[in-house]
Design a protein around this ligand. Sequence first.
Ligand SMILES: CC(C)CCC[C@@H](C)[C@H]1CC[C@H]2[C@@H]3CC=C4C[C@@H](O)CC[C@]4(C)[C@H]3CC[C@]12C
Length: 545
Amino acid sequence: MFPRMSTSEMVGPGDTAAAAAVSTERLKKRLQQEGVSDAAVADSERIVREEFEALHKQLVLLKQKQALLLDTLRHLETEKVDLENTLVDESQRQSKEYGSASRPRNEKLSEGSGSESDDYNEPQDPAEEETDDEENIYFDTTDFLSSSSFKSSGSDFQRSEAGSDDEDDYPMDGIDPSMKSVGINYPYVRRRKKLPDPVEKEKGVSLWSMIKDNIGKDLTKVCLPVYFNEPLSSLQKCFEDLEYSYLIDRAYEWGKRGDSLMRILSVAAFAVSGYASTDGRSCKPFNPLLGETYEADYPDKGLRFFSEKVSHHPMVVACHCEGNGWRFWADSNLKSKFWGRSIQLDPVGVLTLEFDDGEVFQWSKVTTSIYNLILGKLYCDHYGTMRIQGNREYSCKLKFKEQSIIDRNPHQVQGVIQDRSGRTVATLFGKWDESMHYVMGDCFGKGKGSENFSEAHLLWKRSKPPKFPTRYNFTSFAITLNELTPGLKEKLPPTDSRLRPDQRCLENGEYERANAEKLRLEQRQRQLGFISLLFAGVSVLLSSY
Ligand SMILES: CC(C)CCC[C@@H](C)[C@H]1CC[C@H]2[C@@H]3CC=C4C[C@@H](O)CC[C@]4(C)[C@H]3CC[C@]12C
């Protein structure tokens, strides 16, 4: 699929056998030793040359074919992107034409799939049928999410230019009134609302040029310029998963009130909410150095968080978070597969959430793929099944639907809450980049219609984008993570991500310095790796005596 040769190596059509000659000197000498006649020697030399030329021509032809294939591939990619754009435009136009009069919210849907017509429903993917089980019926969630009775949902915030004030951060419509204040009535802490203005003007680099020069190498080991980075480390990115920690606070409160079903529903919404911040983000976080740490004290969210890179090969990050009445911890290690035009990341590791009353939930993350590494707009998708295992009555199964090439309704998540006997007691649905809702009972079971969707309740809705958008598509929460508030620097250990010079330079828009610092640190890390390897070797040697 992907040519393992850079285009520059390819031989142009003008280069033929002339470029390569074969020497027949040795053959001639050998035959002369055998006393073969001059005519026979000359004949043999001619035969060898002719064979070689034929072979060489074949090779050149093959190389040209390869170049052609590569061209076609790029062509197809461009056409695919064009087609996608046209289709999105078209469906947006349609939804405006048909939907706006009767259901004004349709217009606001980013995918424009608000039409009521049935043929907008995606046919079931046969591949999914094989791997997943019975309740795998994905339907057009936007259809009823956009209905006017459903005030709480929709992606209206995506177009809004207004900044997020506190109320927007915690959308409350449809939430149980007695729960409204849970998880949000923490003291106010002043945090920055924008990143610093860049010092330098940035020079773009094409990712394709980076990839084509590094084909065959492990992409994680390629030293990419900071142009592809966002000014956050993977350690800080872990904390982004806790942006909607008020959902855990609510879960704690529900459990305290004896409602264990609402508890697991809130936990499930939390598990999905962690993905919202990945929408529209196409830069790589900084790879922390071994032993690098990040600690965050957020009394404004009732949280204390700590993460550390604990292993370099394989790269493992461990994190721990304490909230009011609960603790959350996880270790994450990603198994990556490079598919040429995309990268597949399979997270290995378990996330654990433990409440003070002894209830524990555990789950793993789903697969993430990053597409369009060569051409088109880079984007990521999350898909697979997430099982949230509880130690009491309920457990939850959530399915993240894989996006197809021209999906009009991507990012869907559906799930069920089951009791110990396997009976479905509640159903969840929504999108990881928008909102999650639940309905009591089994809505996706056989013979069940979607009539009770009108009774759906909102569990979680994504916050509005920041007032000052960043080049990295950061959320308001992400903007605060690398801030060095006055007095904080003195309290932090020297290993904290906020003190990494390359990351700080990138944040300030000092790209040249950022690149130089990144290179220096990465080289040091390699040397240190070598030294520790040396130590390991020495200690093995010593212990064998
Ligand atoms: C080659 C470069 C420029 C491509 C940029 C890749 C970006 C989009 C990649 C690099 C690392 C990726 C992240 C790595 C780990 C996780 C944890 C996982 O549970 C959710 C997705 C998430 C958060 C990924 C989202 C996409 C990501 C940020």
